[in-house]
Design a protein around this ligand. Structure first.
Ligand SMILES: C[S@@+](CC[C@H](N)C(=O)[O-])C[C@H]1O[C@@H](n2cnc3c(N)ncnc32)[C@H](O)[C@@H]1O
Length: 286
């Protein structure tokens, strides 16, 4: 079966970060090969000596919420992190992804038309994307944030409080695959950002199906793909122990189709590493 997937070629103006052609060329011929092929033990020793917080966060929990927060904030004290986080392709693309996703979700909240739009966030971590979206939206909203790990919740509550959204967010520590056991509302929007790249196909379909089961027909789901165009997959695997599953927007949308979604609209951040995709709940097909 073919999936309906349209690419939006006019990205919104949300202050994206980009690299000059010269910087891209230097990364391609020098920085990426060095990062990928220097002995991993040597690179780890340099990062340990440089007290890299991004490396420490990934060694403790590869791709976990703390490494996201460090990349999103982009302000680092250690020189090693200034290089990795400010100039690294993936951390820069992550900041672009956050800007793009929060912009799209804010628009979806405003288009929803409810008294208070309910956003369900799967694998939410501390919820930086959703709180940014809620504060950008012009209309009222509230969010339920679900994560297996409750470590990030205090940090998330503080983020929400700082934005005056403390009463609009609630956190649940649970597995999103068991959604029907503890979530008894109908969300207007579901967000599944920053999670598919750590899951296999079967896990993605299971989680998306659990979401589809509680969503009304036509409701949007927002998720992201990651492409290998960042050129540093070997570095992430060997040095950070981070094994990401790269999929095209089409491959990921096909998994979402199996879970009961369709009418996909894909938005590319300017580095081409991430696409943020909005699908709509249709009927379950498989
Ligand atoms: C990389 S973080 C992304 C955080 C946030 N969504 C973002 O994009 O900034 C992925 C999160 O998904 C959570 N996660 C993974 N599998 C899960 C599951 N089955 N149920 C609930 N949370 C899950 C992890 O605990 C982790 O906090």
């Amino acid at each position: 079966m073919t999936i309906e997937l349209i690419e939006n070629r006019e990205p919104p103006d949300v202050g994206f970060e980009t690299f000059s052609p010269l910087k891209r060329a230097i990364k391609c011929v020098l920085v990426n090969p060095l990062a990928n092929y220097l002995p991993a033990g040597l690179t780890k020793a340099v990062l340990r000596f440089g007290k890299s917080e991004l490396a420490e966060a990934n060694w403790a929990d590869p791709g976990g919420w703390r490494s996201m927060v460090i990349s999103y904030n982009g302000q680092c004290s250690q020189i090693a992190d200034k290089i990795l986080v400010k100039a690294g392709t993936v951390p820069t693309a992550l900041r672009n992804r956050k800007r793009l996703a929060s912009h799209l979700i804010a628009d979806l909240i405003d288009a929803d038309g409810s008294d208070s739009t309910h956003v369900l966030c799967l694998g939410a971590g501390p919820g930086q994307i959703i709180t940014e979206a809620m504060s950008k939206a012009k209309t009222a909203s509230h969010a339920t944030l679900v994560d297996l790990n409750s470590d990030s919740f205090d940090f998330g509550r503080k983020l929400a409080n700082d934005l005056g959204l403390g009463d609009h967010v609630s956190f649940i520590q649970a597995d999103v695959r068991d959604l029907h056991e503890y979530f008894h509302d109908q969300p207007h929007i579901v967000k599944m950002m920053g999670i598919c790249e750590y899951l296999d196909d079967e896990q993605i379909v299971t989680i998306a199906r659990a979401a589809a089961d509680v969503m009304p027909k036509g409701a949007p789901i927002v998720f992201n793909s990651i492409s290998k165009s960042h050129g540093t997959d070997r570095f992430f695997r060997r040095v950070f122990g981070l094994n990401m599953n790269h999929r095209s927007p089409g491959e990921l949308s096909e998994l979402m189709r199996q879970a009961g979604f369709g009418n996909f609209l894909s938005h590319r951040e300017p580095l081409g590493v991430y696409h943020v995709i909005v699908g709509r709940k249709v009927e379950a097909t498989d």
